[in-house]
Design a protein around this ligand. Structure first.
Ligand SMILES: [Zn+2]
Length: 157
């Protein structure tokens, strides 16, 4: 009897923790810091989980001009469309708008000038910052780290 209930508990735990549950649109994707470190390439881990910044002009996505969708390198949530990408000259992939319900922001006081930090809504991974010197129609510049994004050419979300 004891053994049967233990097996059942393990099964329920497995089902609840499975990828389907973790990827449900409304659910957060969470891992311990150690798990993220194992899951991500070192440069993506440093940016997404520890708010590092990649070197300007280091990301191939800065020059990416194909039609497609940019997803979170941490949890694969689609974040930006190639339709809103533009060349800001900053050396980082730049967009004037995110996809609906894709990112969230918070004020970052790490510098003397407060900046608005942008993170993935689903895994809370750090993506970059948003500034108010972007082009029309929003006037915003989402200045993203390429290593925090994954580009899929083809369909532009
Ligand atoms: Zn994410």
């Amino acid at each position: 009897m004891m053994k049967r209930s233990t097996v059942l508990t393990a099964l329920v735990g497995f089902v609840l923790a499975g990828p389907a549950a973790a990827r449900a649109a409304s659910a957060l994707v969470t891992h311990s810091d150690e798990e993220w470190r194992k899951l991500l390439p070192p440069e993506s881990y440093a940016v997404l989980r520890h708010e590092s910044t990649e070197r300007a002009f280091s990301s191939p996505l800065d020059d990416e001009k194909r039609t497609g969708t940019y997803s979170c390198a941490g949890c694969d949530l689609p974040l930006f469309s190639s339709k809103t990408k533009y060349d800001s000259g900053s050396g980082w992939p730049s967009f004037y708008a995110p996809l609906p319900n894709a990112v969230a922001t918070k004020t970052d006081n790490a510098m003397f000038m407060p900046r608005t930090e942008v993170h993935c809504r689903r895994c809370l991974g750090h993506l970059g910052h948003v500034f108010d010197d972007g082009p029309k129609p929003t006037g915003l510049r989402y200045c993203m780290n390429g290593v925090a994004l994954r580009f899929r050419p083809g369909h532009a979300a």
